[in-house]
Structures are given as structure tokens and as C-alpha cells.
Design a protein around this ligand. Sequence first.
Ligand code: B1M
Length: 652
Amino acid sequence: MTKKERILMAMRGETPDMMPYTPRFDLWYNSNSYRGTLPKRHQGRSHDEIARAEGWALHKVVPELLEVVDPWENLTRGIGLYSLKENGYKINFSPNVHMEVRKTCQGDEEATLVEYHTPKGMVSTKEVINEEMRKAGVSITWVQEHGIKRPEDYEIWAYVFENITVTPDYDRYQAWQNRIGDDGVAVMMGSFAASPINHIQRDFLDATEFFFHYNDHAKEMHRLAEAIGLVYEQTLKVVGDSPAEVVLWGANYDDMITYPPYFQKELSPWIRKASDYLAAKGKLLICHCDGENQGLIDLIADSGMHVAEAVCCAPMTKLPIETYHERWCKSGKLTIMGGLIQSMLSPATSSLAELNAYLDHFFKAVAPGNRIILSVADTTPPNADFDRLAMIAERVEKEGRLPLEAGAFRPLTKTELKPAAAQQAPEETFQTVHADVLAGNDAGIKVHIQELLDQGVNAKEILNRGMLSAMEVISGRFREGSVFIPEVLLSARAMKEAMVLLEPYLAQEKRDVSGKILLGTVRGDLHDIGKNMVATMLRGVGFEVVDLGINITAEVFVAEVEKQRPDILGMSALLTTTMPEMKKTIDALIARGLRDQVKVIVGGAPLNEKFARDIGADGYGSDAGAGVDLVRKLLTMDVGGDTLLQSVPTKC
Ligand code: B1M
């Protein structure tokens, strides 16, 4: 049986002879070949040559964006449209849409500004990439200026999309499919987004702004979604008629950013539509499900997708592999590709013994082993011990014959639910503003606050008993999972609007909590959704926030601390490989003699309290609400880091 046949059988829910093993290591390869640090035996080899030399199946699910031959081809990346060998289709713009491109270089940063001139007006995007990002193996440029800057832009983009035609481009795809041959499945790229609204979310707006627009400009957004839908319909038809066996349709779902009710309303219908259409054409639909899936597990099972790829399980995320296996594979609903979490591949994050224990558990938990394709979720990190991939291959060879024997495995410890934050019942006077914050009513709150101020109610009381108490309720609900990110952001925005009115009164009364917070995502890390949420919530409760952005070096953090003199420096990191940057920054603060002048807090999904304590931070925030609590506590209490680290709730 060839590697390709094995993978396809597992994807279809049939039982191949062996569990397929398709380690994804593009990030590791890109980074190590760029830095000249490939292992000796693989020097001079391409990514695929290495996989073949090791005897592994090729992982060909997510497009290889670094392998784009002509960089001018993907100028439309800023609006989520690609021209890749994986596509099998071409995007053709109307002659009425004239594109103007400017490429600039500043230091080691290359920027591409693309303007789209249309009869309805001009819209633009700007993307960047720099040396640090290349060293980290990053394969996708960073969109610095999104396509939608004002509500009027929706109509212009709708014109652009309404006039796009999608035509087949099978030759280039087929040449790639032939190169892969029997060593893997050449997954055709349908779309990175699952649906038109998800497309707008991913590509047209910053993540936080998206939620505001989704609430405030629903009509305009749905107008653009309709136009994007026309492109999706055409794409589906072209990929449906293509020579591909499997099509990628959607990526990066996460129960915070594509939270359950939103997933159900905006993503599921399109996944269902695409999977039904493709199934009728004898094809399978695969989604890149690398996020936190706890809240989405059943929605994904029932969405119609056939394969969930890059499935990242506990201990890196909340759900253990046995839960995935039970709900997705045993129920016959879909196949898992993934399961091998990347934290098990680096000596920095786990020992060999831990990796072996993880695999012992894995093989037992997924027995009898059909509907499982063992693969790295999401990809092998640059600092991985490459030999571990080979060691896993040996274990699959020895133990991966199907059906696997189910042992009496010990399920991983269940995560414990955290109690909700205590609700503080507001007095009647504050009911209106309290309700406004809860509902995110940014217009109403100003009227109600003015009424209270006119009645002579004390501004600090309004803030504390009306507004902050409501924010606390929202934070508690967010933690327990009964409200989602948009509600939190809308409440934070209502707080911010209200603060404008309260600020002059609070200044007279000399507020006891105020402060300046400097925030940034560390060097090599582009994830900013969580950091932006923290910034929005801090601003919402009245703190001054200076957001330095993403990819911030220790030197820049230190220089900005020196210049801006913040009370607190907050750093965010989402990659295990970029977490050490936090310690570097703290060490640099010490070296510069600034450490005792600023408190340092850290946050981001892979962090925990212990890590924060070990690097010498003053606190760790498990989510945006905890981040705000932490800042408040640090500014009002004179406590040591340890005490504080224990007092702030942690992620489950
Ligand atoms: Co990436 N990514 N990603 N990604 N991505 C993760 C983080 C990953 C866990 C996916 C996986 O493997 N399953 C994995 C990291 C593994 C690891 O090292 N631990 C990963 C990877 C590998 C990558 C790339 C390397 C992929 C590639 O190129 N092959 C690449 C890296 C680029 C780079 O940074 N150099 C990459 C790229 C991307 C996208 C661009 C596609 C996109 C980012 C878009 C953006 O940020 N603008 C993306 C996304 C969306 C994710 C997932 C799916 C979701 C992250 C997110 O936004 N969550 C993520 C999966 C996951 O986390 N399980 C994943 C929602 C957000 C609200 O939560 O950021 O945790 P979070 O923030 C929370 C708290 O942590 C806390 O409050 C927030 C709100 O509650 N918090 C703080 C955060 N910062 C804080 C600071 C504080 C206090 C609290 O005080 C200062």
C-alpha cells in the first residue's frame, strides 16, 4: 500500500494496514535552512527530499507560501486571495479595477502597498515581512494595513469582488500533484476562510475591529459577504471539477475567535454546503483546525467536514486526544490528522521520556486507530530536536499496524472548571449604567451617566459600583464560557465611551487607580488578537495604554520603557519559541537599571504562572479580564510577584 493510499483510506474512514504518519516540518525547515542550521545529513536537501530520505509521507495540506515563484503573483494576499500551485484556479479581476503596487524597504522590513482603483473609489492594503520573521520560518506576510479602514470601504470591496471571475488552472496543480506522486495527498487549496464572513474576519479587519464592525456595520458587512460569496460559489465549482481528491476549506478555527454561536451561524452553513458539494463530486473536505476546540467539538463534528487537520490536543490545549477520538472518530463523523503536539518535539519544552509517555497514551487512546493520521499540530517548531520525528516514525512502524490494540489507558486529568467571578449586586441608582456595560450600549451609557452626574452622583461611585462591577460580571461570564469575545469587547468599548464623560470629574476627585501600561507582542511573534483584547479592556476601564504592536525586540521594549516611563510593561507571546523573549526583555531591563521602576506582566496561551515566576515577571494574566485585574492589583497593592501570581485566576 502506498503512503498516499494509506492517507486517503484513513481520510475516508476506511482501515489501512498502518496508521499513516505525515509529520509537518515546514517551519522548522524554513527557519533552519535560512539560518544554515539543517542537520548535516540533510544539508543541501529540499524539504521534500528530507521527508523522502527519512521515509515519511509528505504533508501537503497547507499551501507552501514561501515557495511562491513570482512574488508579484500574490499581491492580493492582503484581501485573502492567492495565486498558488495548490489552488487549481485563477482569480481574474475586472479591467475596471486597476491595481497600483508600491514596494518599499525600511531597514530589514519589506513593505508592499497595494491600491485598488475602482469606479466606486480607492481601497488599499499593506503587508510587511522582515528579517526576524524570515529567521523564525514565517511563511506568511503580516497585513499591517487592512482593507477596510472606514465603513464606506465595504461598498468598494463589494464592487471588486462582484467583478471577479474564477477560472480553472489545473495544469500547475497537476504538475505539483505529479511531483508528490504516491508519497502524499496533494490537498487543493479551496479557501483559507470557511465562509465569506469568516473571510472578512480573517483578512479585511484587525480581529478586534472585526467584532465591532460585526455589531455596528452588519448591513455593510453582509453586503460585502454577498459579493465574496459569488467568488466562493465559483471557486467551489472549479475545485469540484478539478483532479484533486481532497480540498482545504477553512483554517484556524478557535473557540474564542470563531466562538460557538458565531461558528454555527456564519461558518457551519458554508462548510456543510462545500462538503456536500465536494462529496457529490467524490472529493473530501479538510479544515485546518489548529485552535482551541473545546467549545467547538460538536459543532465541528456536525459541520460536514471530513477531515480535521492540525488537531492540537492537551496538554497544549484543553481537550485530551481521547475526547477528540470519542466524539469525532468513534462516532464515524470525521478523521483526525494531527495529535502530535509540537511542545513534545523540543527539549526546551519536554523530555524524551515525556514524549514517549505521550505516545504510549496516544496509541492506546486512539485504538483501533482508523480515522487517525498522525501528524504534527500545527508544525514542527524551529528549535525542535529533529531526531524525535524519526524516533516517532520508528514507533509508528513498530506499533502502528491497524487495528491497534486498546489498552486500559489512563485518561489525562480533567481540567477543572473555574467558579465564576462573584456578582456584585449594584444599587438601584447604578442599574442603568450597569446594564449598559453588560449590553455594550455605548450610546445609551453616555446619556445615563450624564443623568447621574446631573443628579449629583459621585463619579467614582458610578465608575466602581455601576461600571466596574458590570465589567467584573462580564469577565466572570467570559471565563465560565457563557459569553464570548464580542460581548467583552463591546462592554469594554461602552466603558471607554463612558470614561470620556467621567474623566474630568475623576481627575478632580483624584482617582486611586490610574496608570500607564505599555503593551506589545514579543519579537518573532505576530499573534496580536489576545494582546489587542487586553489593550481594549484596559482602555475600557480607564487606563492609558500605549500599544507597541507586534514583533517587539527586547531593545525596543527597554527603550520605550525608558522613554514612556509606564507603570506597567505587558508582554504577550503565543509561540513557545518566542516565550524566551520575555526573559530577555526582563534581563535587559535589569541591565539598564529599569527593572525596579516598572512592573512586568505577561500573558498568552502557552504561558502559565510558573513560567511568569521563573522569568521574574510580577504577574501572569490567563485572559484579558485577568490581565485587567492584575494591572489593578499591581497599581493598588504593594505586593511581591509571588503573592500576586497566586491571587490571579488561571486558565483551565
Ligand atoms: Co498561529 N499558532 N501561527 N496563527 N495560532 C497558534 C498560537 C498555535 C498554538 C496553533 C497550533 O499549533 N495549534 C501555534 C503555536 C504553537 C506554539 O508554539 N505554542 C501557532 C503557530 C505554529 C503559528 C505559525 C508558526 C504557523 C505557521 O506559519 N505555520 C505562525 C506564526 C507566525 C508568527 O507569529 N511568527 C502562525 C500564524 C497565525 C495566523 C497569522 C494565521 C493567526 C494569527 C492572527 C493574529 O494574531 N493577528 C494565528 C492564529 C489565529 C492562531 C490560533 C488558532 C488562535 C490564536 C488566538 O488569537 N486566540 C492559535 C491556536 C491556539 O492558541 N490554540 C495559534 C484567541 C486569543 C483571544 O487568545 O491569544 O491566547 P490568546 O489571548 C488570550 C490570553 O492568552 C490572554 O488574554 C487573551 C484574551 O483572553 N493574553 C494575555 C494574551 N496576551 C496577554 C497579555 C497579558 C495578559 C493576558 O498581559 C500582558
